[in-house]
Design a protein around this ligand. Structure first.
Ligand code: FE2
Ligand code: FE2
Length: 330
């Protein structure tokens, strides 16, 4: 499998798990292509052409590796220069070509091609939660302005090292988080937790959340009561950004009782407290690992190809047997 096929397959699978639906995302790509066609040549040459077939601004192949066939993957949540060095060692040791994948696009700088692509799913989710179109659009635009201003430039040394070592390098963010989100939503649909305690019990069954004996690595309630009703809940688990405090306020006004998140900083917490909401945090790296694990299992299943996986940088590999016969930590 080539690096392009791997990324293309991950993107295609991610589209099927996106709450906006395949048709909405394909319509978005179609109008993007029409706008691209009308651009002057000079602007076309500077255009991020990957965005014409990939709706996820945080999932990009940044070093192609000149047509290599992938035999192994070196995957981490945040890839740094050390992991590229490790990839080069692996390549020299057994002559196979590893491809390096970072979950967080911010680690690779130009892999985060579009902040808006990662944020606009929130408009859809807020509307589903009962927020008006105008309010959802307003608070999401505010979030975009803040995130674009504080955008991390990333580390060009990682890309330069991968180019020098001729090792393919990519980020896979949205498709993995979409898989983890869909998994959590499936569990909620299956078990229908009515209280916060019941929800904690349901997500506590996820194997990735049991991996390490560290209380920050298990699902936990940081605000509210375990006896409180769980629904209506808002799941801020995709896109990589939480709403701003103004977003939490409009969600509270729409009747949301529980926020399920990965991180919740003080300002959001204050707003949630003001409105008497519950806040449940899912552990960050285990959640990212869950998404990558489900996605990689699916990539191997649909392509019929398997590759050796080296887990690094806070990623924990757990392989689920597609025949339902169990799970194995690798
Ligand atoms: Fe993630
Ligand atoms: Fe993350």
């Amino acid at each position: 499998m080539t690096p392009e096929t791997l990324i293309g397959t991950a993107v295609d699978l991610g589209i099927d798990k996106d709450p906006r639906g395949r048709r909405a995302l394909e319509a978005k790509l179609k109008s993007r292509k029409e706008r691209f066609r009308d651009l002057p040549r000079a602007d076309q040459s500077r255009y991020d052409v990957a965005s014409l077939s990939n709706p996820f601004g945080d999932t990009r192949l940044v070093v192609n590796g000149q047509g290599v066939e992938i035999e192994s993957l070196l995957i981490g949540i945040d890839i740094g220069p050390e992991e590229v060095f490790l990839g080069d060692k692996l390549k020299k040791k057994d002559g196979t070509s590893p491809m390096i994948i970072s979950h967080h696009a911010s680690a690779l700088g130009k892999a985060l091609a579009s902040v808006w692509d990662t944020i606009d799913v929130q408009i859809h989710m807020m509307k589903e939660a009962g927020v008006s179109s105008e309010e959802a659009d307003r608070v999401t635009r505010e979030l975009e302005a803040v995130k674009e201003k504080n955008r991390i430039q990333g580390n060009p040394r990682i890309i330069q090292r991968a180019e020098a070592a001729d090792i393919p390098l990519a980020s896979i963010h949205a498709p993995a988080d979409l898989y983890a989100h869909a998994h959590i939503m499936d569990k909620v649909t299956e078990f229908e937790p009515t209280t916060v305690a019941e929800f904690l019990e349901v997500v506590g069954q996820v194997k990735e959340f049991q991996g390490l004996p560290d209380k920050r690595r298990v699902p936990r309630l940081t605000l509210g009561s375990t006896r409180a009703p769980f629904q209506p809940a808002y799941f801020s688990l995709i896109g990589g950004w939480n709403p701003l405090a103004s977003g939490i306020e409009v969600l509270a006004q729409a009747g949301i009782q529980t926020l399920v998140m990965i991180e919740c900083h003080a300002e959001l917490s204050r707003m949630a407290r003001k409105h008497g909401m519950n806040v449940v945090l899912l552990p960050h790296y285990p959640y990212d690992s869950l998404g990558l694990n489900l996605l990689l299992d699916e990539v191997m299943s649909v392509t019929g190809e398997s590759f050796q996986i080296f887990a690094c940088s806070n990623y924990l590999r757990l392989e689920r047997n597609n025949r339902g016969e169990g799970e194995t930590w690798k």
